[in-house]
Design a protein around this ligand. Structure first.
Ligand SMILES: [Zn+2]
Ligand SMILES: [Zn+2]
Length: 344
């Protein structure tokens, strides 16, 4: 079974999106042993475009606030079972549908196509994770694929583990601080007025705030109803849903995405001798809905399935398959191993 996956079809240049790199695929290896030793360099300076360092205070403060609110999960008064269930559900609905399927496999890599109303809906779900506008997220990720683990990579762990996890988020990057600076990576997206509008005056951020207010208000209404009209319970449910269904879920999804950049470029095994340090990491695959099979992904970036071996379970791919069966996803790009054996 293992030998069936390790011969990725090099992506033709005409299939490439901005940020895809044709050299990223190398067909020959099936070794699970790390090939990191053969890669160079082993250490990188911070990207030039981050010099001189300047903290992005608006990102830093918003991220600090959402982390602080999430800490209230340790205070029993804020706990409700409904809040916990919504946090888990939200991990799938916002995290998986919005980020891994929407932002990543659809908008960044065009691993499948779908009706515009669905694409926009997935983008809105993605925004509700506080991971930036669709265009900026996609630009950063295409930049990562183009320069993976080389100096311009915005978040390589070869700089430092902490930098790759969240350090890069809070420091200014000159090529990423204005839409006009990263436009070259996302021209396809910005042709759509929907994405352009979300860029203007940080419009996307107000979508996030709006969804947080809606969830909090819904919690208050539910608390009022289940308690037979007690205002104290309405307040407790509202606070509980704000903490669990918004803050805890957002923080969990944030760190899930960040572990793809950090852990999945440091720890794990490699199916493919790609030209960066990407690895397949089961823990990341578990918490980020299949995104942890990151070495497979770097080998065939456009493929909508990231799990290439039978044990590499990829929840996002299962959902894309269901969408395809329902006629909601078309032109689904499969990795070469699945094109050889379509039963996978
Ligand atoms: Zn990567
Ligand atoms: Zn990618």
């Amino acid at each position: 079974m293992s030998e069936s996956v390790c011969d990725p079809q090099p992506t033709s240049e005409s299939d490439l999106l901005p940020g895809d790199s044709p050299e990223a695929t190398s067909p020959e290896s099936s070794s699970e042993s790390s090939a990191l030793d053969s890669l160079d360099p082993q250490r990188l300076p911070h990207p030039d475009a981050t010099q001189p360092f300047k903290i992005l205070w608006q990102y830093t403060i918003v991220l600090a606030v959402v982390h602080l609110i999430a800490l209230y999960a340790f205070v029993p008064w804020f706990f409700t079972w409904s809040g916990l269930v919504l946090a888990i559900l939200g991990h799938f609905v916002f995290g998986m549908m919005g980020i891994t399927i929407g932002y990543h496999r659809l908008l960044t890599h065009r691993g499948f196509t779908c009706p515009k109303w669905l694409e926009h809906s997935l983008a809105i779900l993605g925004i509700c994770n506080l991971q930036d506008s669709p265009a900026r997220w996609v630009a950063i990720h295409r930049m990562h694929h183009q320069h993976s683990d080389h100096q311009p990579d915005p978040h390589s762990p070869l700089v430092s583990f902490l930098w790759s996890h969240m350090g890069w988020v809070i420091f200014r990057h000159r090529d990423l601080d204005r839409t006009s600076h990263y436009e070259k990576y996302v021209r396809d997206l910005l042709r759509d007025p929907f994405y352009l509008k979300l860029e203007r005056r940080q419009g996307w951020f107000f979508v996030f705030v709006g969804h947080a207010i809606l969830i909090t208000a819904a919690g208050g209404a539910v608390g009022y109803l289940v308690s037979g009209g007690l205002m104290g319970e309405a307040l407790r449910y509202a606070a509980s849903w704000a903490v669990w269904a918004v803050a805890v879920r957002t923080v969990f999804v944030l760190h899930g995405t960040w572990t793809v950049n950090s852990l999945s470029h440091v720890f794990g095994y490699r199916n493919y001798e790609t030209r960066e340090h990407s690895t397949n990491n089961w823990l990341v695959a578990l918490i980020a809905h299949g995104e942890g099979w990151h070495n497979n992904h770097h080998a065939e970036p456009r493929a909508a399935a990231h799990g290439h071996r039978w044990w590499e379970f990829d929840m996002s791919w299962r959902v894309i398959q269901i969408m395809e069966k329902l006629g909601l996803a078309k032109d689904v790009v499969r990795p070469k191993s699945m094109r050889i054996d379509p039963s996978k």
